[in-house]
Design a protein around this ligand. Structure first.
Ligand SMILES: Nc1ncnc2c1ncn2[C@@H]1O[C@H](COP(=O)(O)OP(=O)(O)OP(=O)(O)O)[C@@H](O)[C@H]1O
Length: 612
């Protein structure tokens, strides 16, 4: 049985079409013309069907090949589609409670041609980065559901918060998380279903022509059925992502089919993702960086995504070396693109320092041959950027994004990438900087960044007032980030207004600016600056520093701290204005970071202010 002969009960119409398609061996060209006639005669649906169509066009352009790789297995479009249809059938049969409270999508579960559509019902997805995760997302969308990717690393209390808040009716889980999910689900009356294992590609990575036709025929008819039924519209919610909660309680951010498709188009255009690209994906999938930049946009562009579910310094260097074994040599499955958060690059650099010189040479040469390396989610420290460039020859492309609009500002693919900046607005993205009184600040002024983009989210889940307050009258989203621009119009992120902007004796200071300077100190490995309440100054500048391991061990031998406040202050004297120099210092072994490498300053601040 071929991989995609699943039980097709999406609708009787669909069943018939598939039955015909699986019996017939119509030439590929016939199916191709059916697809492209659909392209030609129909307006864009504005749904994720556009992603599927784009993916399909790559199947025509190239031999069928892997689109997802994970754990030494490869999966083509056929297997992913088969998995999505399987999940869709599963949701159809599971008697899922259709809950529309809080959802602005109209109506309730609807039966069309004998098929039941979920119409906005939330489906939680718990799976490590894998073909199963991708199948579960697509399958939820095929059935008209809203996907809620759940963090596998969340403690039970946070999982419960997200599941209760989003009112998840069904959880799709892989067996390794089944027990935990059943326990949690019991507390919020959701059902748990196992995601069927996705069949991997034959070992020669090739389908028979017949199998390929079947797969394509299946997708073409699926697209037609969904578009004809009009059950899924561009404005319908498709995804709820929870913010990290670094500035408050995590909020559910609702993205629509339209905002998702707009974003994947913007990203693949700006960074020129193509079907020659192969991503090494090491990010969690419940945040926009891992989900959009490194999964949806590559899928749209026909790139291959290879999951490394747990980031490993040794594994990443090894994978790059395997891709480019010798200068000028390139493996067929060579990685061409990498994107990560700043702490990943810091750790890769630390790993590099421990290698012998032959290995260092091989690693640097291999890394140099990737097409593009990107960084974001928090500020990229300048020393890390500089050292990375010295070793690999890559000037990291730093960009700025947020759960609410995914990516908005980026350094250029071609052109000057400036350290300490996030570049300029992406195509079709408008930005403005507003002063506290709501007036627009002039060139090089400081204020709140506001963003208007086709990729903007629809609303905060069940928080209409917060949603309303987050937008200006002319539809710009107020980011809560304080920014400015440099002499070339590149945007500089000064930090979260309510966590990174400190008010010290009448001055407004950027914690990120001070962190960037202190990270240049040779004993400083990690640094977090925050304002602590003070009777005289309003706030004082407090530094929490994790010293480098070697600084720590030599200090231990000498029985003194790796760095003292006095050292730090005297070193900072000619680098920072006097009022920016920290007046309090804590030395910690490391900084507590979330899955995206972010430090929750609000929590640390609370902790420190409670101390006597
Ligand atoms: N390149 C960058 N440089 C500096 N800061 C960045 C960069 N990219 C993203 N950020 C920061 O990350 C924030 C967006 O992250 P996300 O949407 O995950 O929110 P969060 O701050 O982690 O969580 P919450 O919204 O719950 O407080 C941005 O508002 C900005 O402060």
């Amino acid at each position: 049985m071929s991989a995609f002969k699943v039980s097709y009960r999406l609708s009787p119409l669909f069943h018939d079409l598939l039955f015909i398609s699986s019996r017939s061996s119509s030439p590929l060209s016939l199916l191709q013309s059916r697809l492209f006639s659909a392209h030609n005669t129909r307006p864009s649906s504005g749904t994720f069907m556009e992603v599927v169509k784009a993916a399909l066009s790559h199947v025509y352009a190239t031999q069928e090949r892997a689109v997802i790789r994970a754990e030494q297995k490869s999966y083509g479009y056929a297997q992913i589609v088969a998995s999505a249809v399987n999940i869709s059938n599963l949701l159809h049969d599971a008697d899922v409670k259709t809950v529309n409270e809080g959802c602005t999508a109209s109506g309730s579960a609807e039966v069309v041609n004998g098929s039941r559509y979920l119409h906005g019902t939330r489906v939680g997805i718990v799976a490590k980065p894998s073909a199963e995760f991708v199948g579960a997302i697509l399958g939820t969308w095929l059935r008209g559901g809203v996907a809620v990717p759940l963090a596998i690393s969340y403690p039970e209390s946070e999982l419960l918060h997200v599941m209760n808040d989003s009112d998840v009716s069904m959880i799709l889980s892989t067996p390794e998380h089944q027990e935990t999910m059943e326990n949690v689900a019991a507390k919020c009356s959701a059902k748990v279903s196992l995601i069927p294992t996705v069949t991997s590609m034959p070992s020669n990575n090739m389908f028979s022509e017949h199998s390929r036709e079947e797969a394509i025929g299946l997708v073409v008819e699926l697209i037609r059925e969904i578009e004809d039924s009009c059950m899924i519209k561009g404005d319908d919610p498709a995804l709820i992502l929870y913010t990290s909660g670094t500035t408050g309680k995590p909020k559910g951010v609702v993205h629509t089919h339209k905002s998702i498709i707009a974003q994947v188009q913007i990203l693949s255009e700006a960074w020129e993702y193509t079907n020659n690209d192969q991503f090494l994906h090491c990010l969690p999938l419940h945040h926009v960086h891992g989900l959009f930049n490194a999964l949806f946009a590559p899928l749209y562009a026909g790139s291959v995504v290879e999951f490394m579910p747990k980031f490993s310094v040794r594994g990443v260097w090894q994978r790059w070396r395997d891709s480019y074994p010798k200068d000028g040599n390139k493996a067929a499955d060579a990685i061409t693109l990498f994107t990560g958060v700043p702490t990943m690059y810091t750790r890769l650099l630390q790993g590099y320092q421990t290698m012998d010189s032959d290995l260092q040479k091989a690693c640097a040469s291999a890394a140099n041959q990737l097409r593009l390396m990107m960084c974001g989610s928090s500020a990229l420290p300048f020393p890390v950027m500089k050292q990375w460039e010295e070793i690999t020859g890559h000037r990291l492309l730093e960009r700025y994004g947020m759960t609410e609009f995914v990516m908005a500002i980026s350094n250029p693919l071609h052109g000057v990438r400036k350290g300490g900046t996030v570049g300029k607005p992406l195509p079709r993205v408008e930005v403005k900087i507003l002063a506290e009184d709501g007036s627009e600040v002039g060139t090089r002024g400081v204020g709140e960044l506001c963003v208007r983009s086709p990729s903007l989210f629809k609303e905060y889940w069940k928080l209409p007032k917060v949603t309303e307050e987050s937008f200006t009258d002319d539809g710009f989203f107020k980011t809560g980030d304080t920014v400015t621009t440099d002499e070339d119009g590149y945007y500089v992120i000064l930090g979260r207004t309510n966590a990174d902007i400190m008010k010290v004796g009448g001055y407004k200071l950027s914690a990120l600016e001070i962190e960037a300077i202190l990270l240049e100190h040779k004993a400083v490995s990690e640094c977090c600056i925050l304002g602590l309440l003070d009777e005289d100054y309003g706030e004082i500048v407090c530094a929490i520093i994790a010293p480098h391991a070697d600084a720590r061990s030599s200090a231990e031998q000498e029985q003194k701290p790796a760095i003292t406040l006095e050292d730090l202050r005297s070193w900072s004297k000619d680098k920072l204005a006097p009022y920016k120099i920290p007046t309090k210092l804590f030395l910690w072994d490391s900084l507590p970071r979330n899955a995206m490498g972010k430090v929750n300053k609000k929590e640390i601040k609370k902790l420190l202010e409670q101390q006597p």
